[in-house]
Ligand binder design. Structure first.
Ligand code: MG
Ligand code: MG
Length: 281
């Protein structure tokens, strides 16, 4: 018979190195969430992030992607992902998604958050719901990961969570299918791809030590996207707003360790009844 495909797996030592990179990404995003305010440009945030990452011994790994020269992707309102930092001035009530990555000693982290500029009270109910629904979908996908599970259970869980949130809210969200999550390790983007939505294939079997980035993108309206003339920025075709959340996660026989979360994912994993399993050196 055919052997079942398996994901790659990292050693304990390698996962610990990835935690160092992931933690720096998480700390950078925390800094940006704190500093982000009306009147700053998206390039201001990018400079803050680059200075912070380099000051802590990291390299902005987005700059290692051919053709890209920034530290962040900053996607505002109807921009889904891959917005290029620049002169755009952020205003209270903007829905901002910040995607950040760092390479520390040759190992990578990759994570994203979505927020309302000026704080949740500056946003609409719809934006707050879109952000929370996307974040919940990401955690549902993360908690679907387990050694021996099929990898594409992640997308099934993300999709089920977003549909359930939408039904509870009386709203039909768009789940973007044009971009996917991915393995991560020596480089930011490794095989296999990880759809953030349900697919027919069940995917490879998750091996102990697997490290991947789970990153749903959700829209208030249609999930259809297009790329702007800058060749990077992905926007909704209907102009509706979008959110994006991402974490890099390690899966071991003991459970999950969310490498880019400051608490390692402990709070959300325990709330979901999932095993929080940091590794020790
Ligand atoms: Mg990312
Ligand atoms: Mg990613």
């Amino acid at each position: 018979m055919f052997g079942r495909r398996q994901t790659p797996g990292k050693t304990t030592e390698q996962v610990l190195l990835m935690r160092t990179a992931g933690l720096l990404v998480g700390q950078t995003l925390e800094l940006l969430e704190r500093e982000c305010r009306d009147g700053l440009t998206t390039l201001d945030l990018d400079v803050l992030a680059e200075d912070f990452i380099r000051a802590h011994g990291g390299i902005p790994n987005f700059q290692l992607v051919p053709g890209y020269s920034h530290t962040l992707c900053t996607s505002v309102n109807d921009e889904i992902v891959h917005g290029i930092p620049g002169g755009r001035v952020l205003r209270d009530g903007d829905l901002l998604s910040i995607d950040c990555g760092a390479d520390v000693d040759g190992w990578n982290g990759d994570a994203a958050v979505s927020l309302v500029v000026g704080g949740p009270d500056a946003g609409t109910d719809a934006d707050r719901q879109l952000i929370a629904t996307t974040q919940d979908g990401m955690w549902a996908g993360i908690t679907a990961l387990a050694v021996g599970a099929r990898l594409y259970a992640v997308g099934d869980a993300v999709e089920a969570s977003i549909i359930a949130s939408g039904e509870a809210q009386g709203h039909d969200y768009g789940i973007v299918e044009d971009y996917v999550g991915h393995g991560i390790g020596r480089t930011m983007h490794e095989d296999p791809q990880i759809p953030n939505y349900g697919v027919r294939d069940r995917g490879p079997v998750v091996r102990s030590g697997f490290t991947g980035a789970i990153e749903p993108m959700v829209t208030w309206g249609s999930a259809d996207s297009r790329v702007l003339a800058d060749d990077w920025t992905v926007v909704t075709t209907d102009g509706s707003r979008a959110a994006h959340w991402e974490n890099s996660v390690a899966v071991t026989d003991s459970g999950l360790w969310v490498l880019t979360a400051l608490d390692g994912g402990r709070a959300r994993l325990e709330a979901a009844g999932a095993a929080y399993a940091p590794l020790a050196g």
